[in-house]
Design a binder for this molecule. Structure first.
Ligand SMILES: Cc1ncc(COP(=O)(O)O)c(C=O)c1O
Length: 399
């Protein structure tokens, strides 16, 4: 019998310690584990069966990190997972492990800026060709695919405009072309969307966000079939050395214990804040997948069990309003991260993103500006009372 999602979110990967009976995950700081020289356990190329000889040297994995890997693999309905020191480390492992000189990567034209900069500014120097494509338009993906395309990397909802990608459609087109589909599902969380069930090959999370949920640990995870994930561990996972610290793994596991009620509450709160801001007359546009005004609301209803806990909004003068918010907010923190128990907000200025990161051609930039105007104020809603959060923002915006 398979337990329900909420039960697995508390129990998966963390049985009581077989020696001590401890229920809380044991933080294992040991770098070394005794191994049998006959077992061949120290071969970097032989990490395919983690259950037979899981622990040798902590850069491969570690007992506490392994509990986290098993928990997230279970929640995303994947066979296995690889944890890294940050979301960016997970993405670097994914890209470097799957792509060689001459290969082609398609990345969502709008996504977390660090991902887009890694793909578009660093990978070409290694001989990897990269195309940035609006993955909400299947035709654009079809046009961009080449015989050398190895990987398509999507992000849904995408940071910062919360545009969605239809994963079923994109998976089908990607697979027809013989490529793999990876999905950054950080903003959705496994509570809202499980991309592997929609046809993706790899799911990625910045565990720094909702999985940890409290803003006190960084981490990243990649989840998928063992024949995709374990070769990544054996190559770039081990060689890059961006290993997750077991203490951070324990904090992230502690966070996942409350993932379901946190994301459900924060998502409900976000819908309330979105409705208040939309009705206020102060805000020019609110973008939130859970609002009927979202241009892809039907897709959100099909693909997401919840609207998530990030909304973006813009005002007539977002640049001056960002200054006002920074000066006047009482509860919401003016800060870049998201997915924590408390609300954070910051401005993502369109001109800055275009010149530093996205470099979109004119028609795509115009399309982006239909969503974002001169910039969006991205609000990560927390567990506070939604009326307090909406009121804090509206009061702070008063001239
Ligand atoms: C959607 C998304 N992906 C990836 C990352 C990178 O994760 P990290 O900061 O843990 O490296 C972030 C961080 O903000 C993010 O929002």
């Amino acid at each position: 019998m398979t337990d329900a999602f909420a039960t697995r979110a508390v129990h998966a990967g963390t049985p009581p310690d077989p020696i001590t009976g401890a229920i809380a995950p044991t933080i294992s700081p040991s770098v070394n584990h005794v191994y049998d020289p006959e077992s061949g356990g120290f071969s970097a190329n032989d990490v395919s069966d983690m259950t037979a000889k899981p622990f040798v040297y902590a850069r491969w994995t570690n007992p506490t990190v392994r509990m986290l890997e098993q928990r997230v693999a279970d929640l995303e309905e994947g066979e296995t997972a690889l944890a890294s020191a940050s979301g960016m480390a997970a993405l670097a492992t994914l890209f470097l492990g799957n792509l060689r000189a001459g290969d082609h990567l398609i990345v969502s034209d709008v996504c977390y800026p660090g991902v887009r900069e890694l793909a578009s500014q660093l990978l070409p120097g290694l001989g990897i060709e990269v195309s940035a494509v609006n993955l909400s338009q299947p035709e654009a993906l079809r046009d961009a695919l080449r015989p050398e395309t190895r990987l398509v990397h999507a992000e849904t909802p995408c940071n910062p405009i919360l545009r969605l990608t239809d994963l079923h459609v994109v998976a089908e087109i990607t697979h027809e072309a013989g490529a793999l589909l990876s999905v950054d599902s950080t903003l959705a969380t496994p509570v809202a969307t499980r991309p592997l069930a929609h046809g993706a090959d790899v799911v990625m999370h910045s565990a720094t966000k909702y999985l940890n949920g409290h803003g006190d640990a960084m981490g990243g995870v990649l989840i998928g079939a063992a024949d995709i994930i374990e070769p990544l561990r054996a190559t770039w996972g081990v060689r890059l050395g961006a290993t997750l610290d077991p203490r951070a793994a324990a904090l992230i596991l502690r966070g996942i214990d409350t993932l379901v009620p946190r994301v459900e509450t924060a998502s409900r709160n976000t819908l309330s804040v979105a409705e208040i801001l939309e009705a206020s007359g102060v805000v020019e546009r609110v973008i939130y997948p859970g609002l009927a005004s979202h241009p892809q609301y039907d897709l959100a209803m099909r693909q997401m069990d919840l609207g998530g806990a990030v909304l973006s909004f813009r005002t007539r003068d977002v640049i001056e309003d960002a200054r006002r918010l920074y000066r006047n907010l009482r509860l919401v923190r003016y800060a870049v991260s998201l997915g924590h128990q408390h609300a954070n907000l910051c401005l993502l200025k369109t001109d800055d993103l275009m010149s530093s990161t996205y470099h979109l051609p004119q028609t795509e930039e115009e399309e982006y500006r239909i969503w974002a105007g001169n910039g969006v104020l991205r609000l990560s809603v927390g567990l506070e009372d939604p009326d307090d959060i909406a009121q804090d923002i509206l009061s702070a915006l008063e001239p």
